[in-house]
Design a protein around this ligand. Structure first.
Ligand code: ITT
Length: 191
């Protein structure tokens, strides 16, 4: 049986670059389709990702997956969390630093991947990266809140790292690597 390449549906080029490298590392094929999908208002990344995977599958057909992520700052009760994309576009990195002020800087990036084969199989995979919010933005790489996020045990922000370095630590590399391991296992069982 042939194994069609899954399509990653996203509007975010930074995410796509990271996901492409993870698939390459696992020696799995991947297609990327750039499109906006509607996001339901929900406090749960899992719910948002399931809704978006169904839309993405109708859009492109075949097996697809989407990834939903957010930055959760503990002292702000998890803000901006599932609304990170909106908050990034409105308040921006500087706005979030102002809201945080001198409160505790512990934070976690969370990622949920939702895969749907278009027939019967839907699977979700999660990843978390603990860390802290930097005092000021540093670095030019990555996207979104990368210039202000320092992963636990590190001195540099994600934006000061190469994509390969970020992929050794990030929330997205955990969720997407779990998807890759699962795809690999399923394919072996079918051959
Ligand atoms: P999609 O089309 O894939 O949804 P998006 O950028 O809208 O792309 P999300 O809805 O999942 O993605 O929003 C996640 C936001 O959280 C993203 O826009 C960033 O602002 C922030 N974020 C998530 N992961 C990040 C990371 O690895 N580095 C920096 N910021 C991140």
């Amino acid at each position: 049986m042939s194994n069609p390449k899954p399509t990653f549906v996203t509007s975010n080029k930074g995410k796509a670059r990271e996901v492409e490298l993870i698939f390459r590392k696992h020696k799995l094929g991947l297609k990327v389709f750039y499109a906006e999908t509607l996001e339901i208002q929900s406090g749960s990344l899992l719910e948002i990702s399931v809704f978006r995977a169904l839309q993405a599958q109708r859009m492109v057909g075949g097996p697809v997956f989407v990834e939903d992520s957010g930055l959760f700052i503990h002292s702000l009760k998890g803000f901006p969390g599932p609304f990170s994309s909106y908050v990034y576009r409105t308040l921006g990195v500087e706005g979030v630093l102002r809201v945080l002020g001198d409160k505790d800087r512990k934070a976690v990036f969370k990622s949920v991947v939702c895969y749907f084969d278009g027939l019967r199989e839907m699977k979700t995979f999660e990843g978390n990266c603990q860390g802290k919010i930097a005092a000021k933005p540093a670095g030019k790489g990555g996207f979104g809140f990368d210039p202000v996020f320092i992963p636990a045990g590190q001195k540099k922000t994600f934006a000061e790292m190469s994509v390969e370095e970020k992929n050794r630590l990030s929330h997205r590399s955990q969720s997407v690597s779990s998807l890759c391991r699962w795809l690999y296992k399923v394919r072996r069982q079918r051959t």
